[in-house]
Write a protein that binds this ligand. Structure first.
Ligand SMILES: [Zn+2]
Length: 175
């Protein structure tokens, strides 16, 4: 019996709202799209992720979803603090690097430390973009574009659902 090796991928016709200019970035070395099998330090089954995350977080983090602009928790947050991966808790971004991009998503010009995120080519939805993943657990965070402020020139456009904010004040106790 012959089995056709075709896997039909049904690309759901998503109405993706791409904020600001979705210019393709070429400043970041993105790994090819076919590297979906890459191994991350933190491994969990999708069933485990489903238990740990809210349905919205699961959709964004594990299914590369995008929250609607201006609806997330942090698009307009200006308090000092840190932003962790909502899936694994790694510190990914700092408020020092957050800027107002008028996009409706939290935007950062830099990551908290080198190698905290992984950039990957994303050619879905008929666009050429660079997807950003948590380097520790492989969860989807958002995309990076090359129209950010100096000195990096980068704009990490991140879903609020993918990150957890901790204010510096609540840690140090001074206000
Ligand atoms: Zn993570």
């Amino acid at each position: 019996m012959k089995k056709t090796g075709f896997i039909s991928i049904i690309a759901s016709a998503l109405l993706l709202t791409v904020g600001c200019s979705a210019a393709p970035t070429n400043q970041i070395a993105a790994t090819p799209t076919n590297s979906t099998t890459m191994k991350f330090p933190l491994q969990r089954t999708e069933a485990e992720w489903r238990k740990l995350l809210t349905p919205e977080q699961y959709h964004v983090l594990r299914e590369a979803g995008t929250e609607r602009p201006f609806t997330g928790k942090y698009w307009n947050t200006k308090e000092p603090g840190i932003y962790r991966c909502a899936a694994c808790g790694e510190i990914l971004f700092k408020s020092d690097d957050k800027f107002d991009s008028h996009c409706g998503w939290p935007s950062f010009s830099e990551i908290a430390a080198q190698k905290k995120v992984i950039a990957r080519e994303d050619n879905s939805h008929g666009m050429k973009r660079t997807e950003v993943l948590c380097a520790n657990c492989g969860s989807h965070l958002g995309h990076v574009f090359d129209d950010g402020p100096t000195p990096t020139g980068l704009r990490y456009c991140i879903n609020s659902a993918s990150i957890d904010f901790a204010a510096t004040n609540s840690v140090s106790g001074k206000k």
